[in-house]
Design a protein around this ligand. Structure first.
Ligand code: HEM
Ligand SMILES: *[C@@H]1O[C@H](CO)[C@@H](O)[C@H](O)[C@H]1NC(C)=O
Length: 322
């Protein structure tokens, strides 16, 4: 009894915590804008489609935006708020600093939405829909998006620094940072499959090239040429070396060949308890697609502002003035 009691309390606390995280998501719905802004979804889709066709990496950047929004006090578009003389936002937090891309696409969408239905569609919902549409354009699974989020009037640089996992995270650390948000290890692995598209800067994987044993030697050599021990932190390498612009399961195949780009990527297949999940996603791509879609919907429900909470920003980059 004595030894199992703390675990029971922990599970109960986690349950209550998860209920709180998802409570307001009950007010989200698929048809939220069907009367108030019937073309909202098609405007977002067309704009994302054009941007990604022009530059496939934009799809990756838009997917990452949604993740970095939702993991920091919920999907409330806090990540879009820019620093001003009197306001500190999240864009200069370590995981975001100099690596956010796609603000111009979000602005473009917002401008069109304000023209067709002013003050109706939130920036948080734009990020949610744009993430889904990006994955679809690049060949990944689709899912139904729930809508009705509102935008925050605050942001937290500190929370961005603590809640977003760093690329030097161990497997335990990755599991726990997703568990805090209510995700299982399997859902964490599925979501990490988002790294089947996009690029990372040298600063985020340099240590792995010179200090890590779980890396394919010729892959390491190639990466060292892109990312010397001292050099430009911003030289880029693809997160999925096999097919960087298609949303498939090759990210997991790479891990089996010790060709994960980030230390955190390779941790998912390094002799630990997530190896079997990676194996499953390699042999059953449809399972990955399904799990990813489900986990994205779950992520999109993280503590949204709904009903009278928050506001609908006119400009996604700043809070409204009254
Ligand atoms: C599991 C923990 C995760 C860690 C440690 C992590 C870390 C990183 C890092 C360091 C980069 C490169 C940033 C840069 O140098 O520009 C990156 C890029 C990216 N991440 Fe993650 N990430 C994680 C999970 C996720 C999840 C859950 C998603 C989405 C479902 C995601 C989507 C992306 C995408 C698409 C890119 C490429 C962005 C671009 O090309 O602009 N990541 N991530
Ligand atoms: C963010 O990047 C700028 C360079 O553009 C740098 O001066 C600043 O120290 C960085 N901040 C953090 C928190 O890394």
């Amino acid at each position: 009894m004595a030894s199992s009691a703390p675990l029971c309390h922990f599970s109960l606390l986690l349950l209550i915590f998860n209920l709180l995280l998802g409570l307001n998501s009950a007010h989200l719905s698929m048809n939220f804008y069907s009367k108030t802004c019937p073309h909202a979804l098609s405007i977002i889709k067309t704009t994302v489609y054009n941007a990604v066709k022009l530059q496939p990496r934009m799809g990756a950047s838009l997917l990452r935006f949604h993740f970095h929004d939702c993991f920091v006090n919920g999907c409330d578009a806090s990540i879009l708020l820019e620093d001003t003389a009197t306001f500190i936002g999240e864009q200069t937090a370590a995981p975001n600093n100099n690596t956010l891309r796609g603000l111009n696409v979000v602005d473009d969408i917002k401008t069109q939405l304000e023209e067709s239905c002013a003050g109706v569609v939130s920036c948080a919902d734009i990020l949610t829909v744009a993430a889904r549409d990006s994955v679809v354009v690049l060949g990944g699974p689709t899912w139904n998006v729930l809508l009705g989020r509102r935008d925050s009037t605050t942001a937290s640089k500190d929370d961005a620094n603590t809640n977003l996992p760093a690329p030097d995270s161990s497997l335990d650390k990755l599991i726990s940072s997703f568990a805090i948000k209510g995700f299982t290890a399997r859902q964490m692995v599925a979501l990490s499959g988002g790294h089947t598209i996009g690029k990372a800067g040298c600063a985020t994987f340099r240590n792995r090239l010179y200090n890590d044993s779980i890396i394919d030697p010729s892959y390491a050599k190639w990466l060292q040429s892109i990312c010397p021990q001292s050099g430009d932190d911003r030289s880029l390498a693809p997160l999925d070396i096999t097919s960087p612009t298609s949303f498939d399961n090759s990210y997991f195949k790479n891990l089996q060949c010790k060709k994960g780009l980030l230390y955190s990527d390779q941790q998912l297949f390094s002799g630990g308890l997530t190896d079997s999940i990676v194996e499953k996603y390699v042999s059953h791509p449809a399972k990955f697609a399904k799990d990813f879609a489900k986990a994205m919907v779950k992520m999109s429900k993280l503590s949204p502002l709904t009903r009278t909470n928050g506001e609908i920003r006119k400009d996604c980059k700043k809070i409204n003035y009254y």
